[in-house]
Design a protein around this ligand. Structure first.
Ligand code: UDP
Ligand code: MG
Length: 320
């Protein structure tokens, strides 16, 4: 029987914690009763440097349910992505499979069972995907969906309408932990891991209590980080612009020389036109070229794993 660890990052969640802790324990009890996970499965709350009583509440809950509720206290606020990573990497040493979910219960806890079923069918990663965003404000919905579109336009593989509600097997978390990059955008890395994946669909609910900890500023930072950590397309775009400008320069050159020989120009116009377009194009191309090297440096310094092995067949291979 597999041991499940549900990982929950919490930042100033004292209002919602008293609702989410029993709800998540309820999920564990239910799954244990159905024989889908082992009795020692747990919920691990990661306190991301909360300024309110969140950690005290986690401690109290742990005392009441020491086998079911675990806690990790980060030394300071590091943000959702890092808090989640800390939780997953800590939890993987205690369990066979993890599920990450936000503290506010906006993601439907009832589909965790479906995730576990897919895991038993052999999936290493199961994405929770929002089938609708009725409860999100118009603004949040359009900006979020625009973000997914922009990401795919930039060539970053992400799962549409999936946030960080997902199941990951222990080996998937292990593979994820090999991505040592500091500018972390988890949603972009998971699809790079490989492994068998699937999706479960759910309606996104309202926050059970408290307020969003993701103001516009943090959302924009996440979006920019997502693109700049995964894509060197913007650099290629500069190069493209430079080439386009040189082509235009050629046209401008022909036009202004024709005008020059027809004697229909002010003195100085031809040389100005020629130099503006040519120098502009050459500058952009040069920037783009330098950018290509920076792009290489950027992919190299990340030292991302080049592959993940899923299975090896050899004469002494053992099934695990
Ligand atoms: N969170 C965190 N650190 C932060 C900000 C948020 O751990 O600095 C957690 C928060 O407690 C919640 C999750 O990240 O469990 C998602 O945040 P929130 O629900 O506020 O974001 P939204 O759903 O509005 O995008
Ligand atoms: Mg939320």
């Amino acid at each position: 029987m597999d041991r499940l660890g549900i990982v929950v990052p919490c930042y100033n969640e004292e209002e919602v914690f008293p609702i989410s802790a029993p709800a998540l324990r309820g999920v564990l009890d239910d799954l244990v009763a159905k024989g889908k996970i082992s009795k020692d499965s747990f919920v691990m709350f990661v306190n991301d440097g909360s300024k309110d009583r969140t950690w005290e509440l986690i401690e109290e809950e742990h005392e009441k349910f020491p086998t079911q509720v675990f806690g990790v206290k980060l030394a300071g606020n590091v943000g959702h992505q890092y808090a989640l990573t800390a939780g997953l990497i800590t939890a993987k040493d205690f369990c066979d499979v993890t599920v990450s979910i936000d503290a506010d219960l906006q993601d439907d806890v009832n589909v965790i069972e479906e995730m576990i079923d897919k895991y038993h069918e052999g999936c290493d990663i199961v994405y929770g995907v929002r089938s609708s965003r009725k409860t999100d404000s118009f603004f949040k919905r359009t900006t979020a969906q625009g973000f997914y579109k922009l990401m795919s336009g930039m060539g970053v593989k992400t799962v549409y309408n999936h946030a960080d509600f997902r199941l990951m097997s222990q080996r998937a978390v292990q593979a994820f932990s090999e991505y040592k990059e500091t500018n972390l955008f988890i949603r972009g890395i998971i699809p790079l891991l490989g492994y068998k994946t699937d999706c479960v669909y759910y309606e996104r609910l309202e926050r059970a209590a408290g307020e969003s900890k993701y103001p516009l500023k943090k959302m924009l930072a996440l979006a920019f980080n997502g693109i700049s950590s995964f894509s060197i397309k913007p650099i290629n775009m500069i190069l493209g612009m430079g080439v386009a400008m040189l082509v235009i320069a050629l046209g401008v050159a022909i036009y202004s020389l024709v005008q020059f020989f027809r004697g229909q120009v002010e003195p100085g116009w031809t040389s100005l036109m020629l130099s503006i377009w040519f120098i502009g194009g050459i500058q952009l191309i040069s920037l783009g070229l330098v950018g290509q090297y920076i792009g290489k440096v950027y992919t190299e310094v990340k030292q991302r794993p080049r592959y993940n092995i899923e299975k090896v067949l050899s004469d002494d291979s053992k099934e695990d």
